[in-house]
Design a protein around this ligand. Structure first.
Ligand code: CTP
Length: 391
């Protein structure tokens, strides 16, 4: 695999040679393209030495067509660091030097950017708008991370570490296209069950695991229908279609109508098992000292319903959040709901479960195989689940 590393003029450019070195070590062929400003921070000799290839930085050096031949040569373009300037130029279609010209020519192949800038610049609406534009075109962002910045302050804006960038590159290249042509359904988030016009019964699910799963499936090439309960999360991926619902019954209607066209479904939503028997359309008044009783009725079980609808060739994956007899309970659910895999979250594990960015799971397969993950980011857990259930 061949990677073009683009370097722009931010202080984090001093980490670019390390990134190139790690990519070469991981077995990739690398060539570098740098802006004039990048060469204020890192030298041509360093970049040519670590990559073992001539640096591309002069648009007119070899007849002005090098950006096209580099585009043909590379399987992926990684821009690290990516300044606010290069992000703005690409979002606006400006090609006024070697790297920006290469970026516009690099169509149909994966592009990854590792933004790095001061946190005030990162937060600027123009930068955020440009990032959203690039993401909507399928450009992957790694970072920025939070931490100390070169200007002496700290905040969001540090370039992701070279090791993290290499990991993203590896996953993207490994997965590109393996699920191409497949449709997958993912449910995510909590459900809200209405009590009256201003109150509901809900739960603490953030939706992070489901959104990470949708992204991992989409990156593996699948078209994803993501059905989510109320959450503040958003997703910007050209192959993910997000349907927002509120209650378990709305999620049930969306999921059961989408499932027949899907190759598989991963249900990670924390669906309320019960809802109030009646939902008042006005605000209920206080009932006084005697308290009040809410009558609850059971919601339909989406996972069990899909288990009943499942046809040969479809894969159905459920989640189980357990506190005791975890493996036994999860295995029981897998059989009862006719699943192919069940992902077990144990509430005993620190750093796993609701709200947090990490998770630790055990994936049980119908045939008894078992895969245990260490504590990892929800994104990494999602990639492991996708690799296991859709190899
Ligand atoms: N689930 C669902 N519809 C429901 C309830 C749960 O689709 N009405 C799905 C969840 O998305 C998850 C799995 O079922 O994938 C596990 O949910 P859980 O509530 O743990 O399972 P239950 O079978 O309801 O078992 P129990 O509450 O007894 O643990």
């Amino acid at each position: 695999m061949r990677i073009v590393v683009g370097i722009t003029g931010g202080i984090a450019a001093y980490k670019a040679p390390e990134l190139v070195r790690l990519l070469v070590k991981a077995g990739y062929e690398v060539r570098c393209a740098a802006t004039e400003h990048a060469l204020e921070f890192v030298t041509r000799v360093t970049l040519e030495t670590v990559s073992g290839a001539p640096l591309y930085h002069d648009l007119f050096a070899s007849g002005g067509t090098e950006h096209i031949s580099l585009k043909d040569w590379g399987d992926m373009l990684v821009v690290a660091p990516a300044t606010a300037n290069i992000i703005g130029k690409v979002a606006s279609g400006i090609a006024d030097d070697a790297l920006s010209t290469l970026l516009l020519a690099f169509s149909g192949k994966p592009v990854v950017m590792a933004p790095a800038m001061n946190s005030l610049m990162w937060a600027h609406p123009a930068v955020q708008r440009n990032i959203a534009t690039l993401k909507s075109w399928g450009i992957r962002m790694v970072g920025p991370a939070e931490g100390e910045l070169a200007c002496g302050t700290s905040g969001v804006g540090r370039m992701a570490e070279p090791e993290e960038i290499v990991r993203s590159v590896a996953t993207l290249l490994q997965h590109t296209g393996t699920l191409a042509g497949q449709r997958w359904l993912v449910t995510a988030g909590p459900t809200y069950e209405r009590i009256d016009s201003v109150r509901f019964i809900g739960n603490y699910s953030s939706g992070k695991m489901g959104f990470a799963l949708a992204e991992a499936l989409a990156e593996a090439g699948a078209e994803v229908a993501l059905v989510s309960g109320p959450t503040s999360l958003t997703i910007d991926h050209p192959r993910v279609t997000l349907t927002r619902v509120e209650s378990a019954r709305e999620m049930y209607a969306a999921a059961t109508s989408l499932f027949p066209q899907c190759r598989g479904a991963i249900l990670s939503a924390a669906v309320a098992d019960y809802r109030p028997a009646t939902a008042a359309d006005h605000k209920l008044k206080k009932q006084g000292d005697e308290g009040m009783t809410l009558q609850l009725v059971q919601n339909p079980d989406i996972l069990a319903t899909l288990g009943g609808m499942k046809q040969a060739g479809q894969t159905l994956v459920g989640f189980a959040l357990e506190t005791d007899h975890e493996l036994e309970n999860a295995q029981g659910k897998l059989q009862r709901k006719n699943l192919d895999y069940i992902v077990l979250n144990s509430l005993r594990d620190k750093g796993a479960g609701f709200g947090v960015d990490t998770n630790k799971v055990t994936i049980l397969a119908r045939d008894g195989r078992r895969e245990e993950s260490p504590l990892m980011s929800k994104r990494e857990v999602a990639e492991l689940i996708v690799k296991t259930v859709a190899p």
